[in-house]
Write a protein that binds this ligand. Sequence first.
Ligand SMILES: [Zn+2]
Ligand SMILES: [Zn+2]
Length: 373
Amino acid sequence: MTDPLVRLRHDLHRHPDLSGNEGPTARRITAFLHECGPARIVDGLGGHGVAAIFEGPEDGLTVMFRAELDALPIQERGDIFHRSGREGVAHLCGHDGHMAILAGLARNLADDPPRAGRVILLFQPAEETGEGARAVLANPRFTPLRPDWAFALHNMPGLALGHLAVAAGPAACASVGLRLRLNGREAHAAQPETGQSPAPVLQQLLAWVQQFQPGQDGRLATLCHLNMGQPAFGIAPAQAELWITLRTITDPALDAFERELRGLTETLARQYRLDVRISRHDHFNASINDPAAAAIVARAAAKLDMPPGDFTLPMRASEDFGAFSATARTALFFLGAGLDVPSLHNPDYDFPDALIAPAVRLFRTILDECQQV
Ligand SMILES: [Zn+2]
Ligand SMILES: [Zn+2]
């Protein structure tokens, strides 16, 4: 194997890091970037984030491309040559491939620098927890780098290899996880009326979740974890815990959906005299594509004869890239990883190396298109 980008991808795959702990991966990337001679490298962005800045000879707009540094806390099952060397941690979302593509763009810019303006290649931490993009944006070191345009791709199983899906408007859903902890009073199972059991509240919360199944009105509620009492027939329990993930197409819709579930939980808890504690986890903004940014991606793909793919947008899963639309005209788009491959986050998933070279060409063409707008 001779392609250095494929070698880099396999090397990153062998050495995965979890969200927030991407130091070793960031160091590998930084070493590669140094060889490409950017004007500057900024590190420590929102944790272990790294940005390489390439500058053109003339003033102009700033265009950012983003890849993600983190892997997942899932044991890899596939028996591939470049298998993860870390127990219980693996690149099963293809972020290793996204990094190799951005590294390829860095090499391309070293050979053929931008004609004007700046190009930022951002290797962002903690995408899988939904925290990384917001942490980068909140970091004062990122303020002088804020882009005018920002682009990211995600590889997508179920979409034909190398086919592209992009559209103006919603690209990936907003989501949030709510952990609901209920606490009442334990009783003997023979006298449940003397205690305060969370069971009736659980029943009603489960019925509420059941109303929001796929294909309804864009709101999706998923019960992810449930626990009540102890495994003992003699006890009417006091405690229960539910983890529910809420998903919507827009951020305001998610706020309203979350208020509805919190309101219902608090009302039921009062009615059944239970204490309730609610905490919020894994919040992702919706990714909404700017029409002009999406049009640039579509034009670049057409120039390269990349076929448009058959894929329903928005993607139901979330992507924290949407946070950058607060500061730039953004587009998140999807590149097919093949029809007959395991899904993202599956223990057998491995990013297809065949996507690296066409994706580098696509990013470069997007950059050239931005400079003509
Ligand atoms: Zn993922
Ligand atoms: Zn991902």
